[in-house]
Ligand binder design. Structure first.
Ligand SMILES: [Zn+2]
Length: 512
């Protein structure tokens, strides 16, 4: 067989429609822990050996004739501007149109992108790409575990595959599965049969970990050998902080016969329905979490997850509820990361090491988060330019670029609490965040991390205890309290939750 000629591109965003700020073109251009917008052949080097889907695809397809077009992502936040959406989608479509004869296309997408004018971002990207390549060219995309899968995505793509772990250990592996699917399609003269189902309930991110029961067993089952004739099956747990018609959990199967894939999708749906009662929301009150953490006598830190202020789910990463509870609770040996507050970081840099200054930390989006600034005198204990290399299983090898950072100690007669302040939002999922600022995580009594589940990968192995805290933030995990307007009527707001009912003042937007 001649070497297949495949165009490859990536365009990722996880959109939280409740976030207090939108996502602009510039957010895709700049690097965070992942490279900034990268075009053409430079994609090969920028993405070599990272835990990112396109990296896995590049390695697996090294003997193919690949045509890299563009790759871009931005930190999760509010709706993607039409300018960013149209420009990056056009880079993909124009690149494909100008690439000459192709045997297929691979796209590294997220699956939960919402643009200003398109609630189903990936459905629209795939529709535009399909319009360029025609109805028959194999078009495969990999998606994030949190994809809100839609009929348009399933229709337009020849095949889709989804991460199978949360924390996302298998992002590069998912790129390899996309390569396998493309190889399968290249060896066939007919399209694959496909089936998918939307589940009738939303699952908050805090209940989606695949390292814990009951989802550990469900996801382990995906890796079991496939029955003859089945080609692929996946589950996407969905991204609930998106007030769109198709938010939620889905299952997907591909194979040779329609009957077989329908039966497999049904089976996966039943497996998820069976564990619905076991998908518990483990959130506990801030003050209770602090006293449990301080009472913990096991070796190692108690890790408090500030799950609803996770910037990796589009929150502002600047709420102060848990920080205040730590100080008020007289916590000692406690460290908080990452509090996003560029002005505070720059004030610390101006004051210099050892300076003692009054600051009003965080709490800059009270309308969206219900959190106000934390006012305190602090000592500037460490400063950095925010460049460091991540070391954990998820982001190992990635270069963080968080802008000016500061380690501040809250001056308080009883409490000993340090805060790591950044100039860019970054989910605290890697021990290198603390170590880079001179804090050894193993030696702390309490670590408060603005992360929902990803922190488990790096922090749980050293933790004496892990507690999930109910503190303010723009990434809601108590879904029955969320004011949705656009979901599917009847969709349960959380496992076992009340069904969504559109109020008369809140008409449901038609699906598109
Ligand atoms: Zn995800």
């Amino acid at each position: 067989m001649k070497r297949p000629r495949i165009a490859i591109a990536g365009f990722q965003h996880e959109t939280n429609t409740f976030a207090p700020f939108a996502t602009a073109w510039e957010d895709f251009v700049k690097a965070d822990a992942w490279p900034g917008l990268t075009r053409g052949e430079a994609v090969r080097e920028a993405f070599a050996d990272l835990n990112i889907p396109i990296s896995g695809f590049l390695a697996a397809a090294r003997d193919w004739d690949l045509v890299p077009l563009v790759w871009a992502s931005a930190e999760p936040a509010g709706r993607v501007s039409d300018e960013a959406f149209d420009r990056i989608t056009a880079m993909i479509c124009d690149g494909i149109a100008e690439a000459g004869p192709l045997d297929g296309v691979y796209l590294d997408l997220h699956g939960a992108m919402v643009a200003e004018s398109h609630d189903d971002g990936e459905g629209e990207i795939l529709r535009r790409v399909r319009a360029v390549v025609g109805p028959d060219l194999p078009l495969v995309a990999s998606l994030d575990f949190h994809a809100n899968l839609t009929a348009a995505m399933v229709d337009q793509a020849s095949a889709l595959t989804v991460f199978r772990s949360y924390p996302h250990f298998d992002m590069a592996e998912t790129g390899v599965r996309a390569w396998q699917l493309l190889m399968e399609l290249l060896g066939r003269d007919a399209p694959l049969a496909k089936a998918w189902r939307q589940l009738p309930f939303l699952v908050p991110l805090v209940a989606q970990a695949t390292t814990r029961p009951p989802l550990d067993a469900v996801f382990a089952g995906l890796d079991a050998p496939l029955a003859d004739g089945l080609v692929s099956r996946d589950i996407a747990m969905g991204f609930p902080p998106a007030d769109i018609h198709d938010a939620g959990c889905t299952v997907l199967a591909y194979g040779r016969s329609a009957e077989q894939v329908e039966a497999e999708a049904e089976r996966l749906q039943d497996a998820l329905l069976a564990v619905e009662p076991g998908l518990e929301n483990p959130l506990i009150d801030e003050a209770e979490a602090v006293s449990l953490a301080m009472a913990c006598e096991e070796p190692g830190p108690a890790v408090l997850a500030d799950v609803q202020d996770n910037p990796g789910a589009g929150a502002s990463s600047d709420t102060t509820g848990l920080l205040r509870a730590l100080v008020d609770g007289g916590a000692r040996g406690a460290a908080v990361a990452c509090l996003w507050h560029p002005e505070a970081a720059s004030a610390a840099h101006e004051a210099g090491l050892g300076a003692r200054i009054p600051l009003a930390l965080g709490g800059r989006y009270p309308k969206a988060t219900g959190s106000r600034p934390f006012e305190a005198d602090v000592e500037v204990e460490a400063l950095s330019d925010g460049h460091f290399t991540c070391t954990g299983a998820m982001y190992g090898g990635c270069q963080a670029a968080l802008g000016p950072m500061a380690r501040l100690r809250v001056l308080h007669p009883e409490a000993e609490v340090r805060v790591v302040v950044t100039s860019e939002r970054f989910q605290c999922l890697d021990l290198a965040v603390f170590r880079h600022m001179g804090i050894e995580p193993r030696e702390q009594r309490v670590l408060a991390v603005k992360s929902t589940v990803h922190f488990l990968a790096d922090f749980e192995p050293i933790a004496a205890a892990v507690l999930f805290v109910d503190s303010p933030g723009a990434h809601p995990c108590r879904l029955d309290r969320v004011t949705y307007r656009t979901l599917r009527p009847g969709l349960r707001l959380g496992p076992g939750g009340p069904p969504f009912e559109p109020g008369p003042e809140r008409p449901v937007r038609p699906a598109h």
